[in-house]
Write a protein that binds this ligand. Structure first.
Ligand SMILES: [Mn+2]
Length: 426
């Protein structure tokens, strides 16, 4: 299933002028504050979010997995699915591959498929959280932190292999997320586990090409329930500093205990030039991996407010690697990803509408009430007309989800692939 430009322009023609009046209202309102909606439209049109190769299959839990038909059965088909998202939104122009779930058999052919969809290769993800059928060592008691040097070396070598595959594909970064930790008090010597992890990460960093970045992700609990070796941003930050200049912390929204002030974490990391990447999802209780913006959209806006401020004021921080890291138990994953992309861009636009100059003055004057008013004045807008204008500008469908349904994409995919296919991944 390929969506071409004719599909999109025919769809957009039917929607013509449906948002122009509302857009003009927003332009008038915000130009009085010196905020240019046209500049925001361009920024939104340029914003790209990577889609992970494991998000295209039916997500599941340890209790079950329910298929929806037409799942991608190969890496090529996964790229085709991202191609659908990219054609509809023009904001999903990258894939983040997971190794070993998605080792390309033919690198050249895979690169061509990606290129034909306008998809770049974002960060590579290594997997040392489960044993593969032919594994020579086990990760049952940890990978980069394991007390057994042979298991550690095995995990280091896996990361080196991932870098090698990424180099061939044109990726420029490696994301390391470790499941390492302990299920019970006393199981691990915290200091030894941390030291082992630092040494292992340094050996991986050492072989990374000069133009690559290392992203170190953290998570407070799960799959281990007592302790996690890289439990928080501070530990990740410390390890990134120990590795070197091109090692960064990666923040995943769902990898925090409830009510953690994530906006403050991203602000601190950007000030220190150490925020490398950001994973989007949403949650109610833990690492729930539900659709972005479906539970706490105001929190997402506050985070984006700090990201926008940081991108403007912290040249010491590099451009960020953005990725959706979510799962879908009961939804068509492509529809879920379209909803996530929509929520990300809406929060981004709302943050771009914050009157930063007025906010800075109100902060200086300790006008607490005014500070809140300024934030809410940006947040309480229906910014979808701006998003539609950005989409039209970049050749995307003004309403991607509606276009997806009207074009009958899922029906077409089921016809092509059948109802029994299953994607590798979670
Ligand atoms: Mn993640």
């Amino acid at each position: 299933m390929r969506i071409n430009i004719d599909h999109i322009s025919a769809f957009n023609k039917e929607q013509e002028d449906s948002y122009i009046d509302e857009l003009d209202l927003l332009k008038n309102r915000f130009s009085k504050k010196g905020i240019s909606i046209d500049k925001i439209i361009q920024k939104v049109a340029d914003f790209q979010v990577a889609i992970p190769s494991w998000a295209l299959g039916a997500g599941g839990t340890r209790f079950g997995r329910f298929s929806y038909g037409g799942e991608p059965a190969s890496l090529e088909q996964k790229l085709d699915d991202i191609g659908v998202l990219q054609a509809l939104t023009k904001s999903a122009g990258a894939v983040s591959l997971h190794i070993p779930w998605d080792i390309p058999d033919d690198v050249k052919a895979i690169k061509e498929v990606a290129q034909s969809h306008g998809i770049a290769f974002d960060a590579m993800n290594s997997n040392t959280f489960q044993d593969q059928p032919d594994a020579k060592e086990t990760y049952k008691f940890g990978s980069l932190s394991n007390t057994d040097p042979a298991a550690r070396e095995y995990a280091i070598q896996h990361n080196k292999d991932v870098i090698k595959i990424g180099k061939e594909l044109g990726s420029k970064s490696l994301t390391v997320w470790l499941a390492d930790g302990a299920n019970f008090p006393g199981q691990n010597n915290f200091q030894r586990a941390l030291n082992n992890t630092e040494d292992s990460l340094k050996s991986i960093y050492k072989v990374m090409p000069e133009d690559w970045k290392l992203f170190i992700e953290y998570k407070p609990y799960e799959p281990n329930f007592y302790s996690t070796v890289i439990q928080d941003w501070g530990t990740s930050f410390m390890l990134a500093n120990a590795c070197g200049e091109r090692a960064y912390t990666l923040v995943d929204l769902g990898h925090h205990l409830p009510n953690t002030n994530i906006e403050q974490i991203v602000a601190t990391l950007m000030l220190k030039g150490k925020l490398g990447g950001f994973h989007f999802n949403d949650s109610k209780y833990g690492d729930d991996d539900v659709t972005v913006g479906s539970i706490k959209p105001y929190a997402l806006f506050l985070i984006f407010n700090e990201l926008v401020y940081g991108m403007k004021n912290n040249p010491q921080n590099p451009g960020l690697s953005w990725m959706i890291d979510a799962s879908h138990n009961t939804k068509d994953p492509l529809e879920d990803l379209l909803q996530s992309l929509e929520a990300i861009l809406i929060a981004y636009i709302q943050a771009l509408l914050v009157d930063q100059k007025a906010l800075s003055i109100a902060q200086q004057e300790h006008d607490v009430v005014r500070c809140q008013e300024i934030l809410q004045d940006a947040y309480r807008n229906d910014v979808r007309p701006i998003l539609k204008a950005a989409r039209e500008k970049s050749g995307a469908a003004v309403n991607p989800l509606q276009a997806y349904r009207e074009l009958g994409v899922r029906k077409e995919l089921i016809k092509e692939r059948g109802t029994k296919t299953m994607a590798t991944g979670l």
